[in-house]
Design a binder for this molecule. Sequence first.
Ligand code: SAM
Length: 241
Amino acid sequence: MLPGAVPSPNIWRHTDTYETENRAADPDGRLWQAMRDALTEGGRGGFAGRTVLDLGCGTGFHLPRLADEVGPGGSVVGVEPHPSLVSLARRRVRGLPRVDVREGVAQEVPLPDASVDVVHVRWAYFFGRGCEPGLVELDRVLRPGGTALVVDNDGARSTWGSWFRRGYPHLDPPEETERFWTTRGWTRVGVDMGWRFASRADLEAVVRIELRPEVADAVLAGHDGLEVDYAVNLWVKHQPR
Ligand SMILES: C[S@@+](CC[C@H](N)C(=O)[O-])C[C@H]1O[C@@H](n2cnc3c(N)ncnc32)[C@H](O)[C@@H]1O
């Protein structure tokens, strides 16, 4: 494992269930739409034709979709510190032109200065208090006019937000998280992303890789159905042109 990697027990230890979680997320494409909107605001160019870095790409779940979004004129690079996830990501994108996966960490991104237009970071435990070296790297690798997009849980609202606060009481409260990003020039876009599962067994398995057993038992006992109201924050920062 590369130094600087932050333990991510959900995807490291339960890789298949994490895939189920990714498949259940954003069933109506609201998060993708919010990212497209962020990339086009102020007359900016959107995804098409851009070079995108997916930082902390895990098994590369989002790489094929990002490749579709950038289209034939663009390219995608995934960076991930966990060697077996790097292998899975490479296998996933084998045969896709203009998609590459590299081993690396946010604190030392294996890319040249000013070489990407968009940085996409999802469920990045390595961002938050103490991650300043990674944020400096984002500024380094982004081209002038480029955009960084960081997606993470919104503990302030939604059913998942309340479960998350219950499961991780030691994490910064939502207002601290907001202060962390906004004082560094980031803008928050709230997105009602949602989770929609194919079966109750899938929903329960995913909740159990995200929350401690006693918290998972309690929240599942109080929640019926296959969907969970799940709000996320999309943090956006544009580089000066
Ligand atoms: C919760 S997973 C999300 C994976 C992927 N973004 C997705 O949405 O499927 C967090 C990922 O960040 C990676 N990671 C941990 N520390 C990191 C660091 N310092 N720099 C970059 N990635 C890191 C983990 O190995 C893991 O694959």
